[in-house]
Every structure is written in structure tokens, then in C-alpha cells.
Design a protein around this ligand. Structure first.
Ligand code: GDP
Length: 303
């Protein structure tokens, strides 16, 4: 239900247009497909993904000898799911939690995308599952970032390991890991700085943070989650490409899906970057975070 509510803007935009399309056409022809392409591109599905999708659709329509545009609608849903699932192993969409010992999750992404909020929401989720959670205030650069994480910490009842603003993020991670070990925490959620203006510095800093984590906890970080803001559309794709070049991103958190009518960006990200979308943000409150499920998502767009 939450998933459906969160997608209502995209659904209204997308299904309205598709419904309108199928009611205006009497047969499925080239013009029909061209209009469908425009609708999909308008929903931020991404040019390459749209071309691939429409190609598949045309084949299927021919194979099944579909004449009635209304029958195409079901095939669109089917193909949207297929294109998502073809892009990679669906079992990879779960968070890689360690059965024993500490799980370390590193969050990366530019400022304002919803990193802190996501960490707070996830801390709440894991805590409510009975796990011992700690957060590391690794964004020592942005004014207010540490305090903001602490506000979330108080709200959800989870401790934040921090140093003063401006200190070395790698040192914060070192402290946080040791605190996590001595308190026998199950999960450590690590914030990082998100300035992109100075890409080289940012990436060097990220690598340094990662090295500390790798050294102190063998096999960690267990996830490097890139947080992207769905409302920024194709810009999110560009950010994702930049981060993918710089570090091993294991999954995407797509925030603010509730705030966009262009939720098709999920498909573009998955199909063009081959990185699984693991979590989606559907609001500002602590339980507005959901595991991503391609089928729920696609069928949520139409129903
Ligand atoms: P950060 O700079 O990446 O840490 O971003 P923040 O966590 O501070 O989030 C920036 C803004 O986006 C805040 O006002 C959040 O409340 C808001 N935000 C984060 N996630 C979501 C979401 O899923 N939906 C909506 N509507 N707002 C969100």
C-alpha cells in the first residue's frame, strides 16, 4: 500500500497517458509506438531503455498477433518487469547482511539527495527488527551534517559516533568500527561527505574511508549504497555514472519517488548501469523506506 501511495504521482502521469493512448488508437501501428516512446521518455525511463523496450514490445505484438491497442497494455507491464529483471540477478536486490558479526554499510551520494534521511530510516528499521545499530557521522564537511544525523539518532534511539566538524572522516570510521566492535553491534551505517565540486578530493576521501573499513573489518564494507534523488531525473543517471567510475557501488537507494511523476528513472538506472535498486524512499518520515520490488513497482504504475 505504501509503495502504491508513494508512486501515485508517477502512476497518475503514466497510466493516464497510456490509457489515453490506447483509447485513441484503433490499431497498433508505427504512430502508436512512437507516441508510446514519447510517454516513456517523458516518464524518465531513459532513451536507450525505451528503445530496447519498444523493440521487445513490437516483437511480442507481432508474435501474438495483437491488433487491439487495449491488449498492449498488459504486454507493456510484462516487458517493463522483464527489462528490469534481465539487467541482473534479482536476488542481489536484498541488502547483504552478515549472519554473524558486524555488517558495515557505506552510503555515498551528493548533498541533498537524502543520504542522512535514508540512514535514519534504515537505523529505525533494523532497530525495530531487534538489531543493535550504530551510525557513523562520516560527513565532517557539510555544515550541520553531524547534527542532522544526531537528530535522527535521537528520533530513532540509535547512537551516533562522531568527531568535531572538519575532522578526518577516516578517523571517524576507525572510531565507529571500534565502538561497534566493543558494543557488539550488528550493523554500522556510515554517512560520507557528498560534495562533487571537487571530484578528485571527494573520491580520494571515499577511498581512504573504504580502506580503513576494509582493514578493520575483513570483507567490509558489505554494501556501498549510492543514494540518488528520483526528482533529479536524468541527472541522477549522470551522478550514478560518476560514482560508479570512482568506487564499487553495490546498490542504489532511490529517494523521493513520492515527489516525482517520472518514476521511470528506476528502469533507466537498472538497465543502463546494471546496478540493482535496493531501497526506495517514499516520503520524509521514518518508515517511508521500502525494499524495491520490480513487479510491485511496475504493476503499481498501472493499478
Ligand atoms: P543529504 O544531504 O543527502 O543527507 O540529504 P537529507 O537526508 O538531508 O535530505 C534532503 C531533503 O530531502 C530533506 O528535506 C529530506 O526530508 C528530504 N527527503 C529525503 N528522502 C526523501 C523521500 O524519500 N521523500 C521525500 N519526499 N523527501 C525526502
Amino acid at each position: 500500500e505504501k509503495f502504491k501511495d508513494g508512486l501515485s504521482k508517477t502512476r497518475n502521469n503514466f497510466s493516464e497517458k497510456v490509457n489515453d493512448l490506447v483509447s485513441r488508437y484503433r490499431k497498433v501501428d508505427e504512430d502508436f509506438f512512437e507516441e508510446l516512446e514519447e510517454i516513456l521518455i517523458g516518464a524518465d525511463v531513459g532513451f536507450d531503455t525505451v528503445m530496447e523496450l519498444v523493440d521487445e514490445l513490437k516483437k511480442e505484438v507481432k508474435r501474438k498477433n495483437i491488433q487491439d491497442p487495449r491488449e498492449v497494455q498488459a504486454v507493456i507491464s510484462e516487458k517493463l518487469v522483464t527489462i528490469y529483471e534481465q539487467a541482473g540477478d534479482e536476488s542481489m536486490s536484498a541488502i547483504n547482511m552478515q549472519k554473524d558479526g558486524l555488517t558495515v554499510i557505506l552510503f555515498v551520494g551528493v548533498n541533498g539527495v537524502g543520504k542522512t534521511t535514508t540512514i535514519g530510516k534504515l537505523a529505525h528499521l533494523y532497530k525495530s527488527e531487534g538489531k543493535k545499530v550504530l551510525m557513523a557521522a562520516g560527513d565532517t564537511f557539510r555544515a550541520g551534517a553531524i547534527e542532522q544525523l544526531e537528530v535522527w539518532g535521537e528520533r530513532v534511539g540509535v547512537d551516533v559516533i562522531k568527531q568535531v566538524a572538519g575532522s578526518d572522516p577516516a578517523a571517524v570510521m576507525y572510531d565507529a568500527i571500534h565502538a561497534a566492535k566493543s558494543r557488539q553491534a550488528d550493523i554500522l551505517l556510515c554517512d560520507t561527505a557528498g560534495r562533487l565540486q571537487n571530484k578528485v578530493n571527494l573520491m580520494n576521501e571515499l577511498e581512504k574511508v573504504k580502506r580503513v573499513i576494509e582493514r578493520e573489518v575483513p570483507g567490509a564494507p558489505h554494501e556501498v549504497l549510492l543514494v540518488l534523488d528520483a526528482t533529479t531525473g536524468q541527472n541522477a543517471l549522470v551522478q550514478a555514472k560518476t560514482f560508479k567510475e570512482a568506487t564499487n557501488v553495490s546498490g542504489i537507494v532511490l529517494t523521493k519517488l513520492d515527489g516525482t511523476a517520472k518514476g521511470g528513472i528506476v528502469l533507466a538506472i537498472r538497465n543502463e548501469l546494471k546496478i540493482p535498486v535496493k531501497l526506495v524512499g517514499l516520503g520524509e518520515k521514518m518508515d517511508d523506506l521500502q525494499n524495491f520490488d520490480a513487479e510491485k513497482y511496475v504493476y503499481g504504475l498501472f493499478s
